[in-house]
Design a binder for this molecule. Structure first.
Ligand SMILES: C[S@@+](CC[C@H](N)C(=O)[O-])C[C@H]1O[C@@H](n2cnc3c(N)ncnc32)[C@H](O)[C@@H]1O
Length: 248
């Protein structure tokens, strides 16, 4: 299966996929509360939500009095984030750009990257560029919380062609695993019209060891790992890999 090098440019569009499903929006307050318990930020602290998408967590952080910058490549999702902030009567600074080319310097107390919004690049050097950009964006001692799909879980529970009923459409995944990660083709079939759409993408699969090594190379020290937003320990049976790291 061939995955386009810059696959994110056609994948993260409302015509194909939007991460703010009603279920995901419903989970956001609990997930944000867990993140804030780990970050222990004072009111007014500057928080970067890297790859904020439609802003479902960013608005929760802003409601708690943080100065939130949401950064994402998708203009469509950023528009949705702005509308969500307006509806919730909070203010967000929203910026469009590529996570590999962050221009911030020492301006954030903390950063987050949630819902497997990292590991998208087929060259590890690009993942490293992203992590180094986050480190540069943080003040000395700043915290970074990353939430990824747990590579150990994916490898241990591998199903090559799962089907999902997504409400208005069906989703078929066709997954190939290799040493680096997963290549996946999603085919969606609209229940009403029968129209199908197809996109392929890549996710580098991280486990605790690999993620710790990458964070270390970028100037972070991991402080803690979890396997769920309810704070359960990380094991191969949990599908999340959540890490809190400090800029050294
Ligand atoms: C799975 S979504 C998660 C969005 C959001 N964090 C959430 O939990 O709803 C991944 C996000 O990463 C963004 N993204 C993908 N590639 C990117 C890139 N190269 N630079 C910046 N953002 C990117 C997408 O536009 C999308 O909003």
């Amino acid at each position: 299966m061939k995955v386009p090098r810059e696959w994110h440019k056609s994948f993260f569009k409302n015509s194909f996929y939007n991460p703010a499903s009603p279920a995901a929006v419903g989970m956001a307050p609990l997930e944000a509360a867990f993140v804030l318990r780990q970050l222990k930020l004072k009111k007014g602290s500057a928080l970067l939500d890297l790859c904020c998408g439609p802003g479902r967590h960013a608005v929760e952080f802003a409601k708690k009095g943080l100065a939130v910058t949401g950064f994402d490549f998708s203009g469509e999702y950023l528009k949705e984030a702005a509308a969500r902030a307006k509806k919730k009567k909070v203010s967000l600074r929203l910026m469009r750009g590529d996570m590999r080319r962050l221009k911030f310097s020492g301006e954030f107390d903390a950063a987050v990257n949630l819902f497997t919004s990292f590991g998208y690049f087929q060259k590890f050097a690009d993942d490293l560029k992203t992590l180094k950009g986050v480190a540069r964006a943080l003040r000395p001692g700043g915290l970074f919380l990353l939430d990824l799909i747990n590579g150990d879980f994916v490898r241990g529970h591998f199903t090559p062609r799962p089907w999902h009923d997504m409400g208005g459409h069906y989703l078929l995944e066709e997954i190939e695993l290799n040493r680096d990660g997963a290549r996946n083709t999603w085919t969606t079939i609209c229940k009403k019209s029968g129209k199908t759409r197809k996109r392929s993408f890549f996710t580098r699969l991280y486990d605790k060891r690999r993620l710790s090594a990458a964070l270390g190379k970028a100037g972070f020290k991991p402080l803690g790992f979890w396997g769920s937003f309810s704070g359960l320990p990380l094991t191969g049976e949990r599908n999340r890999l959540i890490v809190l790291a400090r800029k050294i």
